[in-house]
Design a protein around this ligand. Structure first.
Ligand code: PLP
Length: 237
């Protein structure tokens, strides 16, 4: 990534690459939402992206989300994209437009309870470990249908679709098969006509591979480095 690029220029660059990928795939660019992944980035960087018209931001740590929301009070669309512990849900439920990272019945139950308490319905995605990587979060595809059938009975959760973090690779073309599998998984679930379940969102593609993901049907791409430059991680809490 070219560090000289301003955030505004980087956003334009990513947006035009998304547009081109849509054209290659015969899709309309308004089917794809670009989420600026602002984890570890300071509030000033988020404000710079906001000034360029960005409204969708992704964070992966609940406390960091809370701290940023305390300072940035404009009505942004915050996405929780990181793995979640049930004791941190108070910073997430009712404070985000979409939780991308539901990977267990246990977590879904806790989101259900917290949402019921607030009298809201929470939109969620189910995170899939599409390449079966040991280091990754997410449910394996074989467990998806069973989980979806359980969640269909949760009145305060709406399953909107699927999310994945594809393997790290220098050659993004290698991830095309995984993105294609994700799309097929969603089509398969929809074809079961489960009451209360219609999925239309696919959150996939990051800085290294979002163009391929868009070609294969992504509706939400999560781009951090490609917008804000490289991250320096703070020490673990
Ligand atoms: C950090 C992160 C991203 C963005 O990664 P980049 O490679 O910087 O674009 C996307 N999705 C998730 C779940 C992340 O944790």
């Amino acid at each position: 990534m070219n560090e000289q690029l301003t955030i505004g220029n980087a956003i334009s660059e990513v947006a035009s690459r998304i547009q081109a990928a849509c054209e290659r795939a015969g899709r309309s660019a308004d089917e794809v939402t670009l989420i600026a992944v602002s984890k570890t980035m300071p509030v000033e960087a988020i404000r710079e992206a906001m000034a360029c018209g960005m409204v969708d931001f992704g964070e992966n740590r609940p406390q960091e989300l809370r701290d940023k929301q305390a300072v940035i009070t404009e009505p942004l669309r915050w996405h929780m994209i990181g793995s979640l512990q049930t004791n941190k849900l108070k910073y997430v439920v009712g404070k985000t437009v979409l939780i991308h990272s539901v990977d267990s019945l246990h977590l879904a139950q806790a989101i259900q309870d917290a949402s019921a308490k607030q009298g809201i319905v929470s939109d969620v995605l189910l995170e899939i470990n599409i390449a079966g990587e040991e280091s990754k979060h997410g449910i394996v595809p074989a467990e998806l249908l069973g989980l979806v059938e359980e969640l269909a009975h949760f009145p305060n959760i709406k399953v909107r679709g699927l999310m994945t973090v594809a393997p790290y690779t220098e050659t993004p073309e290698e991830n095309r098969c995984y993105f294609r599998k994700m799309k097929q998984l969603m089509v398969d679930i929809n074809s079961k006509n489960i009451d209360n379940i219609t999925m239309d969102m696919l959150s996939m593609g990051m800085t290294g591979d979002y163009e391929i993901a868009v070609e294969e049907g992504a509706t939400l791409v999560r781009v951090g480095t490609g917008i804000f430059g490289h991250r320096v991680y703070p020490p673990k809490e």
